[in-house]
Write a protein of this length. Structure first.
Lengths: 403, 256
């Protein structure tokens, strides 16, 4: 199987030549959050490889130029400079994380004459959805505000109004924190307690102090805004220290990686996972009734994409399926549609008009995608999942599960 | 030994003088450096707080708080800044850099004041907290905590360099004083030795005595004077005494 990652520079300086369209991706391929970058890449690669093996888009293959930023802002900025000024990619695609994307956005504004857009970053933050940077990015997934509002509304609806927040001490955590705060305000409530952790914490880290801070406020539920290693550590310590309330995570967490850490470290896994509820921005990959899910599972199985080997510092065991790779898959599918609409001679200056011409496009998940100048986010739906028999399944009845 | 004792007071005087100069200079230097660096630290901190406050207005009014968090996360990377927190006009914490949470002392004791305060946060450290109002305070305040431990280290480092220099000068001065006193004491010791030999009648013709008598300074004058008095008892030898030096001015030797 030919590697999707390119090492060559696009000859024309606009990210395309007769054979290739080069997309640039800076994401976490190392560190405690590497599972997010790797799985997003794998999901996108599965679809791009499928398209490439079918002849590409108007005869051009799609290549991903990847760089590792370790989920840290400064390397992300450096990678973006390289992608824009040296590699001269056609567009930026599949960036991972709020603290990284938030720092990259001003660069897109700075070089706006080059019309390099950021497509479908793996973050639900507002920074790339609101002025002054909304014009430089296109989102596919629902926002953190939508995710947190959904979680809060559901908790409040079953009488769990005392909500505490455990969050990453950075822009991502603050984005989710603000979402929870806004949603609670709609119900006349406030966050009852909050605790933070530093980005990059590993599962082995103790979250005991954070648990004690939240426990002191006697919350009805905790909403976590973090990455899988820290959130798994929090769940572990919460249960161990007697904080027996529902623990919710946002889609960014990397649900399968979180579950894997808990499963590997705790023989009595269910004691911990029974409290879990994770919001998702894509439907469950277990639901084979959905056409795009069937396609995703089929292509993941067929291509089983490798992580970018040159960026891997340690061995990584890919997940057969995951919400993150499914999101990457859908991102890639949407990107291919855009490139297809753009025509045989892709020109970045025509990108916006091409995207805005897409109306009611069926990605295959039951929600139609439309873009417009005031609608730069394709999908709006938030899904909720719980763990059942070691798998994430859709949550149908909040009351029965958590009331 | 008796001559060393003669100069002991001089040496002690020099030590004392150098010591006093050293201590006084060090104290003055410590006060100056401490005051200067503290003022500079506070001024820089206030500048940072004001910069954040100015940049926060638009964000608080128009944008998501994640942007505000991103802003303070960049500032907290500056060495010496330990924490930053931003409150709205009601005192609610809009963004902060504390882990695992806003310390109890700050959370419960928040007054909205923008006065500079010194804080001791248990388990975290000692800080100087400077503040700046956002939009004249109607949109809240920015508070920046500067690490006093780092400030102390910087002050200690600067003072250490100054004290090191002063101590080096002091030690060098002491050794120079000992050497100079020794230089002055040596001919006097030789004169004393000569006087003893003269009194014992053992000073005739030896090299040491001849060199001493040949000196053209106060010691040489005194040696010739001692020889003159010694030989004045013997009129036959007085001629030798007057002829011993290159310019045997007896009135000069007698201090006239």
């Amino acid at each position: 199987m030919a590697p999707l990652t390119t090492t060559s520079k696009a000859a024309s300086g606009s990210g395309t030549d007769g054979q290739e369209i080069v997309l640039g991706m800076s994401a976490a391929f190392s560190g405690p959050s590497r599972g997010l970058g790797i799985e997003l890449y794998r999901g996108a690669s599965a679809y791009f490889e499928h398209v490439n093996s079918s002849g590409g888009v108007h005869g051009r293959k799609i290549a991903l130029k990847t760089y590792d930023d370790g989920y840290q802002p400064d390397p992300s900025v450096q990678n973006t400079m390289t992608l824009m000024l040296e590699d001269r990619v056609f567009a930026l695609f599949g960036y991972v994380g709020t603290p990284t994307v938030t720092r990259v956005l001003p660069m897109l504004k700075k070089f706006q004459d080059q019309t390099v857009y950021l497509f479908f970053p793996f973050t639900g933050a507002q920074a790339q959805r609101d002025p002054p940077y909304a014009d430089f990015a296109f989102n596919l997934r629902a926002s953190y505000r939508q995710e947190t509002a959904g979680l809060v509304d559901n908790f409040v609806s079953i009488g769990r109004k005392r909500i505490a927040v455990f969050y990453q001490a950075d822009a991502y955590g603050r984005s989710g924190w603000e979402g929870v705060r806004r949603a609670l305000k709609e119900h006349g409530e406030k966050i009852v307690a909050e605790a933070t952790y530093r980005r990059g914490q590993r599962f082995e880290s103790s979250m005991g102090r954070q648990v004690e801070i939240l426990k002191a406020a006697n919350p009805d539920a905790v909403i976590c805004i973090g990455a899988y290693a820290a959130c798994a550590a929090f769940l572990r310590d919460a249960v161990d220290l007697g904080l027996q309330v529902p623990v919710a995570n946002l889609s960014f967490v990397g649900s399968e990686s979180l579950l894997q850490l808990i499963t590997e470290s705790r023989p009595d896994r269910d004691r911990y996972t029974d409290l879990l509820v994770n919001s998702q921005v894509v439907p469950s990959y277990e639901d084979a009734r959905i056409p795009a899910i069937r396609e995703y599972r089929q292509l993941m199985l067929r291509y089983n994409p490798d992580p970018p080997q040159d960026l891997l510092e340690q061995a990584y065991s890919p997940l057969p399926q995951s919400f993150v790779s499914l999101e990457g898959f859908l991102d890639a599918k949407m990107m291919v549609k855009i490139l297809d609409v753009l025509g045989e001679n892709p020109d970045r200056t025509n990108l916006e008009s091409a995207i805005f011409s897409i109306q009611n496009y069926d990605l295959g998940i039951g929600e139609l995608v439309s873009f417009a100048p005031d609608r730069r986010q394709g999908l709006q739906t938030v899904y909720y999942t719980i763990v059942d028999a070691g798998r994430f399944v859709p949550l149908d009845d909040w009351k029965r599960r958590f009331a | 030994m008796s001559l060393q004792r003669l100069f002991q007071k001089t040496l002690f005087g020099i030590f004392f003088l150098f010591g006093m100069i050293g201590v006084a200079t060090s104290v003055l230097c410590i006060r100056t450096v401490d005051s200067y660096l503290s003022r500079e630290y506070e001024a820089n901190s206030k500048g940072i707080a004001k910069t954040i406050a100015d940049a926060s207005v638009d964000i608080i009014l128009n944008r998501d708080l994640s942007v505000l968090q991103s802003l303070i996360d960049q500032f907290v990377e500056i060495q010496g800044i330990s924490y930053i927190y931003i409150t709205d006009e009601t005192g609610e914490f809009l963004a902060h850099t504390f882990v695992p949470g806003v310390p109890e002392q700050i959370r419960t004791g928040y007054t909205g004041s923008t006065e500079t305060v010194e804080r001791r946060l248990p388990g975290i450290g000692d800080f100087v907290e400077v503040s700046s109002p956002i939009l004249a305070g109607i949109s809240g305040n920015v508070h920046v905590g500067m690490d006093m431990g780092l400030l102390s280290l910087r002050i200690q480092g600067a003072i250490g360099q100054q004290v090191y220099l002063i101590t080096s000068i002091f030690v060098g001065g002491v050794f120079a004083a000992i050497w100079l006193v020794g230089l002055a004491a040596k001919p006097i010791a030789q004169l004393l030795s000569y006087a003893v030999r003269l009194a014992g009648g053992r000073a005739d013709g030896d090299d040491r005595s001849e060199k001493l008598l040949a000196r053209d300074d106060e010691v040489g004058h005194l040696a010739r004077l001692f020889l003159y008095f010694s030989e004045a008892k013997d009129p036959n030898r007085i001629e030798r005494a007057t002829a011993a030096g290159p310019n045997p001015d007896m009135s000069g030797a007698l201090g006239g």
